[in-house]
Design a protein around this ligand. Structure first.
Ligand code: FAD
Length: 182
């Protein structure tokens, strides 16, 4: 496990994919103390999504990635599918400029974008990134009461530990954090 586990956080985000990273950055920008946990060492390295629109670009801008987007994306104005012989099956045009101040169609490489989001998360104050590695099955928050308090306590443990608590408890670090009650 890497990263410092805080005693108290406002929000626990499980999974540092693009959604978890963006959510953590947006919450962190609003002053929330966020603990983001990820079972892998870093962003998933293989390409998947290849396109996002101008609204997604605006969200990424709110995450602080605005200056990075031109180098991460290539605007597109034509969407076309071809079969194996190269014959066009479908084709339509999109306006170059979307209504959100960004190109309406942005082609990108997901690992590059995730890596930039991840860097941003790691360098953002009041947001704690803890990377839980080598935990088969990831982590599973378990909720419990804090006696004499309105707070709820979350124990973040390896998911497999939930099924086999006795064998894991002594060997695997357990992150603890408390959230204020909703
Ligand atoms: C082959 C493929 C092609 C795709 N093509 C497109 C496309 O063209 N366009 C498009 O828009 N989308 C596409 N997608 C979908 C897109 O990649 C996903 O929608 C996007 O990655 C979802 O982001 P996410 O952050 O919600 O989840 P993920 O990217 O899945 O990230 C979740 C993270 O949470 C971690 N995690 C999960 N459970 C735990 C746990 N219990 N403890 C700790 N960590 C945990 C995982 O390790 C992972 O890092 C494609 C997906 C695939 C697989």
């Amino acid at each position: 496990m890497s990263g410092t586990v805080p005693e108290r956080v406002d929000v626990l985000v499980v999974g540092a994919g693009p959604v978890g990273c963006a959510l953590s950055l947006l919450l962190g920008a609003r002053g929330r103390r966020v603990l983001l946990v990820e079972r892998h060492d870093g962003p998933y390295p293989l390409p998947r999504a290849v396109h996002f629109d101008d609204e997604t670009a605006r969200i990424l801008q709110a995450c602080g990635l605005g200056p990075d987007l031109p180098s991460l994306c290539e605007p597109a104005t034509t969407y076309e599918w071809r079969n194996g012989k190269g014959v066009p099956l479908l084709r339509f045009e999109t306006p170059a400029q979307g209504r959100q101040g960004w190109p309406s169609a942005n082609m990108f490489n997901q690992p590059d974008l995730e890596a930039r989001l991840f860097e941003r998360v790691e360098s953002t104050e009041n947001l704690t990134l803890t990377v839980l590695t080598g935990l088969d099955g990831g982590v599973a928050p378990q909720e419990g009461e804090v006696p004499g308090s309105r707070s709820r306590r979350l124990t973040v443990a390896p998911a497999s530990a939930c099924a086999r608590p006795t064998s894991w408890a002594a060997t695997v670090p357990t992150a603890r954090c408390a959230t204020s009650s909703a």
